[in-house]
Design a protein around this ligand. Structure first.
Ligand SMILES: *[C@@H]1O[C@H](CO)[C@@H](O)[C@H](O)[C@H]1NC(C)=O
Length: 481
């Protein structure tokens, strides 16, 4: 495996020296900072492993701005960037430290605050110590140190570590219930330490069998799970579809609501509602972070978190509006924005904010006793029409409302009520690299929209083309518009 790399800073002003190569970063920063009080703004890294090449850039200025906004107002914390910086090979960390000292120091302090929630205090202490070691390096001379103190939120970051640590001192471990509707999925992941690091000391697992199931499951699971984990197995038969007379599968919604109705008076501190195979829509990493915080009790102020990875596209559908109104006794104003795929964690307090009778009513709404009159738009994944009542499907868009969140559920990264470790930036679209792709002539201004033939564009937009197998073409390949 051959790894080649290139690393260069992009200065706000075009100063030749700063543009060149690895070692010159330090030179520029150290020599010029006293006179000009400026740092390179953006760092660009390229590396290849074999024939696959990557490029990544990190902006010192953006990171600084986002840190400021996080410490001052609780806005989206730059966690992904901080993880990127603190996990770079140390030689790169050093270059960035010399090029933009505040960025490297503060990334470690932000992560120290984050790790307090989920790890042994030694982890935060290590990150904190690294930040201080960096500030004490002889290369970080007085002028850089003054910069870190006055241009970066150093004091706020240190204070935050202190107050978070004090706040978490009084925590006590929380109990958790894991609710799993099952339809033949292999639940061995519950006991696979590679996937799920550890279950909290007080864990109950409720399996709701929806597809007949096999008698051996309980014995099999019990043999896998550690002794402290309690397993509660329930056969859950959905009602017959009134339209077809067939026993219909209602997906997760009947299991979730049955669980809340049955256990309303006997809930754990936190309930995780998950699928038989949660990793289809939720990374195990997020589950592990959540379980760590529950185990230690540091997430005791958490009331609701959606665990979906992709977001749902908000839709307008009269059927959805109707179900919303019947579930919540109020008309839906606006649209429902949330994550995909019905997996989330809810505190006992939050579940009990809604009276039991309302869950009973919702369960009746979805259990198959009310006919589905929704028109099917888009893929319905049904073996026969009506196999999956759309009540259950549409609940997917409103579980967060069921559990007391606003119709427009913020992105986790933007949600100020969530503990810091749960505010990682979501998976999101990955547009092509700006400077290396077909976009670069346009982005760089060399090619313009104005000089495209509008008629040709219009013609192509209006004309159906059978593309057959998808073929990707690059701008330089003579794309004709
Ligand atoms: C645990 O999960 C990993 C990753 O999916 C898999 O490779 C491994 O075989 C699993 N271990 C067991 C004991 O099932």
């Amino acid at each position: 495996m051959v790894v080649t790399s290139r690393f260069f800073p992009v200065a706000p002003q075009q100063r030749g020296l700063c543009q060149k190569a690895l070692v010159l970063v330090a030179l520029c920063a150290v020599r010029q900072v006293a006179a000009q009080a400026t740092y390179p703004s953006e760092f660009r890294m390229e590396w290849c492993i074999g024939s696959s090449c990557f490029d990544h850039s990190i902006s010192c200025a953006h990171f600084q701005l986002r840190l400021h906004d996080y410490y001052a107002e609780g806005l989206r914390p730059p966690l992904r960037e901080a993880f990127f910086l603190a996990t770079l090979p140390p030689v790169y960390q050093r270059e960035l430290l010399l090029g933009c000292p505040g960025m490297m120091v503060l990334s470690h302090l932000l992560l120290a605050e984050l790790r307090l929630y989920t790890h042994d205090p030694g982890e935060a202490a290590t990150l904190n110590a690294r930040a201080h070691i960096m500030m004490e390096l002889p290369e970080i001379t007085a002028v850089h140190l003054e910069n870190i103190k006055h241009a970066w939120p150093l004091q706020l970051a240190l204070q935050r570590i202190q107050t978070t640590s004090e706040m978490l001192d009084g925590r006590s471990p929380m109990s958790v219930d894991i609710v799993l509707p099952r339809c033949r999925e292999d639940l061995a992941w519950l006991a696979n330490g590679t996937l799920l690091q550890a279950l909290p000391a007080r864990t109950r697992i409720f399996v709701y069998e929806k597809c007949g199931g096999d008698v051996g499951l309980v014995e099999y699971l019990t043999s896998l799970l550690e002794n402290h984990v309690q397993l509660i197995y329930t056969q859950l038969d959905d009602a017959a579809d009134p339209a077809t007379g067939l026993a219909a599968r209602r997906d997760e919604c009947t299991a979730y609501l049955s669980h809340v109705v049955r256990e309303y008076g006997n809930l754990a501190d936190m309930t995780l509602f998950l699928h038989g195979d949660p990793s289809d829509h939720t990374p195990f990493g997020l589950l592990n972070i959540l379980l760590r915080g529950i185990s230690s009790g540091s997430f005791s102020s958490l009331d609701f978190i959606h665990l979906g990875s992709p977001r749902l596209v908000a839709t307008y559908n009269p059927c959805q509006d109707d179900i919303y109104e019947r579930a919540f006794n109020r008309p839906l104003k606006g649209r429902l924005y949330t994550y995909c795929c019905s997996q989330f964690a809810v505190s006992k307090k939050r579940i009990r904010q809604r009276p039991l009778e309302e869950y009973v009513k919702m369960l009746q709404l979805v259990d198959g006793s009310v006919a589905d009159v929704c028109e099917r738009i888009g893929p319905s994944y049904e073996k026969y029409a009506g196999q999956r009542l759309s009540h259950c499907f549409f609940l997917e868009f409103m579980w967060h409302v069921v559990f007391g969140e606003p119709d427009n559920l913020p992105l986790r990264a933007d949600d100020k009520t969530l503990p810091l470790p749960l505010r990682l930036k979501d998976s999101e679209e990955r547009p092509p690299s700006l400077w290396k792709s077909y976009m670069s002539p346009v982005v760089g201004g060399y090619a313009t929209f104005q000089h495209q033939s509008h008629e040709s564009w219009l013609h192509q937009i209006r004309t159906h083309a059978d593309l057959g197998r998808p073929v990707q073409r690059n701008f330089g390949d003579g794309l004709d518009f």
